[in-house]
Design a protein around this ligand. Structure first.
Ligand code: IFM
Length: 485
C-alpha cells in the first residue's frame, strides 16, 4: 500500500505570489520597556498611562515585553517563524528626546543593533517612524494640532533615515494617523487625552503635512531604491440599509475616517464634503497654500491595518441620538457613556450599529470580508499603488495550560479567514505585496494595558517568558508552504 502523504498541500488556488512578504508587526511603546534608559525621555504615552483612570489597571509601558533587553531572543523567534519581514517602530523620544535638536546616539544604536540582527537572520526590517509616542515636550508645545510638530517630525525622519538608511529598505512614516488624531485629541481615550474636536481635525491635517515633509526628508536621506510608505487604519464602512440616509451616514464616516487621509496623500486635495460637514466647527484655515501639494509627495506603497468592519445608519428624526461607540475596530476604552465622540460633526446624524457574529476579546466583530472590500476598493481607486497589509490579527484570552502550551484556535481561524481574503483580492488583480500579522508578542494594548493579548507568542509579564502559541506554529507552516493549505 502506498503511503498517503497527509500533510496539507498548497494548491495553485491557495498559493501566494512568489516574493510575497510574510511578516509580523510590533510597536516601540508596546514592547520595548526601558522607558528611562539610554537617554529616553517621556512620550505622551508615558504621561497618559500614569494619569489615574486612563489605562486599565494603571498599566504603563515602563517594562512592557522588555524587548529592549531581549531583542536578540525576539529576533531568534522571528527567525524560527520563518518570516521574511519584520515591522517595528522607532521611538522618537529614544532618538531625539525633546523632539528637536541632535540625536542621542545610544538610542539610534539600539535600532542599529536590531536591524543588524534582523539582517543577519535573513529578515527584512520595515521601520515605522511614528507609532504614537510623541515626545512629551512637543505635546507641551501644542502637540499635533500645532503646525510646528510636522516640521519637527520631518527633522526626526531625516535623522533616522540617515542613521539606518543603509540597512533599512522599507520605511513607513506614520502608523494610523486616524487613531492618533481622533482618539488622541477628540475622544481622548488615547494619549494625550484631549477632547477638542477642532484640535483633532487640525492634528489630522498636520499628520498629512508631516507625512509629506517626512517623505521629502527621507528621499533626500535614503538610497534611491528605498520604499516609502504610509500606514492607515482604513474603515470598511457599510450601511445598515441601502437607503439614501444610511448611505449618507457611510459617506460621512468615509470622509472622516478614510478620505481625510487618502485624498490629501494621493490626490493633493481635501474632500469637499468633509469641509462642508465640518463647517460648523472649522473653516480649515489652518491649511496653508502648498500643504496639500506637500502631503501628496509620491509614495511607493500604502499600508493598511484592518481588524473589523464598521456598520452605520442615519439617526432617524425623533429617535434618540445613540452615543457613538467610536472605536469600531480600533483600540481604546470607549464603553463609558460620557466618552466624547472621535467623529467630529457626526453627532445627531450617524449611529454605529453592532455587527452580529463572532467577536474577539476586544469585542470587535470577526469579518474578513471587510478586508477584501478595502483591498479591492483601493485597487479600483489607486490602481498604481501597491498595497501591504501592515497589521491584522486578533486578541483572545490566551493562557498557558498546565503543560505550558498555549492553544489559540480562534486566532488561527481569524488569521486563516483574513489571509484567504487577501488571497482572493490578489487572485482578482489587487496588488497586495505583503501581510504583517499583529502581533509578534503579547504587549501593552494602549488603554487596555496588558489585559488584551494580540501576540502569536505568549508573554508572561511576571517572568517575561515567551511561549510560542499554536497560531505561531500555524503561521510558520503557512509561510513555509507559501500559502494556505
Ligand atoms: O495594538 C494596536 C496597534 O498599536 C495599532 N493598530 C491596532 C492594534 C490593535 O489594537
Amino acid at each position: 500500500m502506498t503511503a498517503v502523504d497527509a500533510r496539507p498541500r498548497t494548491t495553485a488556488e491557495s498559493r501566494f505570489p512568489r516574493g510575497f512578504r510574510w511578516g509580523t508587526a510590533t510597536a516601540a511603546y508596546q514592547i520595548e520597556g526601558a522607558a528611562a534608559e539610554d537617554g529616553r525621555t517621556p512620550s505622551i504615552w508615558d504621561t497618559f498611562s500614569r494619569a489615574p483612570g486612563r489605562v486599565r489597571n494603571g498599566d504603563t509601558g515602563d517594562i512592557a515585553a522588555d524587548h529592549y533587553h531581549r531583542m536578540n531572543e525576539d529576533v531568534a523567534l522571528l527567525k524560527e517563524l520563518g518570516v521574511t519581514d519584520y515591522r517595528f517602530s522607532v521611538a522618537w523620544p529614544r532618538v531625539q528626546p525633546t523632539g528637536r535638536g541632535p540625536a542621542v546616539q545610544r538610542g539610534l544604536d539600539f535600532y542599529r543593533r536590531l536591524v543588524d540582527a534582523l539582517l543577519a537572520a535573513g529578515i527584512r526590517p520595515v521601520a515605522t517612524l511614528y507609532h504614537w509616542d510623541l515626545p512629551q515636550e512637543l505635546e507641551d508645545a501644542g502637540g499635533w494640532p500645532q503646525r510646528d510638530t510636522a516640521g519637527r517630525f520631518a527633522e526626526y525622519a531625516r535623522i533616522v533615515g540617515e542613521a539606518l538608511g543603509d540597512r533599512v529598505a522599507t520605511w513607513i512614516t506614520l502608523n494610523e494617523p486616524w487613531c492618533a488624531a481622533f482618539l488622541g485629541y477628540a475622544s481622548g481615550v488615547h494619549a494625550p487625552g484631549r477632547t477638542d474636536p477642532v484640535a483633532a481635525l487640525r492634528a489630522a491635517h498636520h499628520f498629512n503635512l508631516a507625512h509629506g515633509l517626512a517623505v521629502g526628508a527621507l528621499r533626500a536621506a535614503l538610497p534611491r531604491k528605498s520604499e516609502i510608505s504610509l500606514t492607515l487604519n482604513l474603515h470598511a464602512v457599510r450601511p445598515l440599509a441601502d437607503t439614501a440616509a444610511d448611505l449618507d451616514a457611510v459617506r460621512r464616516i468615509d470622509a472622516l475616517g478614510n478620505r481625510i487621509f487618502l485624498d490629501p496623500v494621493f490626490h493633493g486635495r481635501l474632500p469637499e464634503d468633509l469641509i462642508d460637514d465640518t463647517a460648523p466647527l472649522t473653516d480649515w484655515s489652518f491649511v496653508r497654500d502648498g500643504d496639500l501639494e506637500t502631503a501628496s509627495a509620491p509614495i511607493d506603497s500604502l499600508g493598511i491595518n484592518y481588524y473589523s468592519p464598521t456598520v452605520v445608519a442615519a439617526v432617524s428624526p425623533g429617535a434618540p441620538d445613540v452615543p457613538l461607540p467610536g472605536m469600531t475596530g480600533m483600540t481604546g476604552v470607549s464603553d463609558a457613556p460620557d466618552t466624547p465622540s472621535p467623529w467630529p460633526g457626526t453627532e445627531g446624524r450617524v449611529r454605529f450599529v453592532p455587527v452580529p457574529g463572532p467577536r474577539t476579546a476586544m469585542d470587535w466583530p470577526v469579518d474578513a470580508d471587510g478586508l477584501y472590500e478595502l483591498l479591492t476598493r483601493l485597487r479600483d481607486e489607486l490602481p498604481r499603488t501597491p498595497l501591504m497589509v501592515t497589521e491584522n490579527g486578533a486578541a483572545y484570552d490566551d493562557y498557558a495550560d498546565p503543560s505550558g502550551a498555549v492553544h489559540d484556535p480562534e486566532r488561527v481561524a481569524y488569521l486563516r479567514a483574513h489571509l484567504a481574503a487577501v488571497h482572493r483580492a490578489i487572485a482578482e488583480g489587487t496588488r497586495v505585496r505583503g501581510y504583517f500579522l499583529w502581533s509578534l508578542l503579547d504587549n501593552f494594548e494602549w488603554a487596555y494595558g496588558y489585559s488584551k493579548r494580540f501576540g502569536i507568542v505568549h508573554v508572561d509579564f511576571a517572568t517575561q517568558r515567551r511561549t510560542v502559541k499554536d497560531s505561531a506554529r500555524w503561521y510558520a507552516a503557512v509561510i513555509g508552504r507559501g500559502g494556505l493549505a
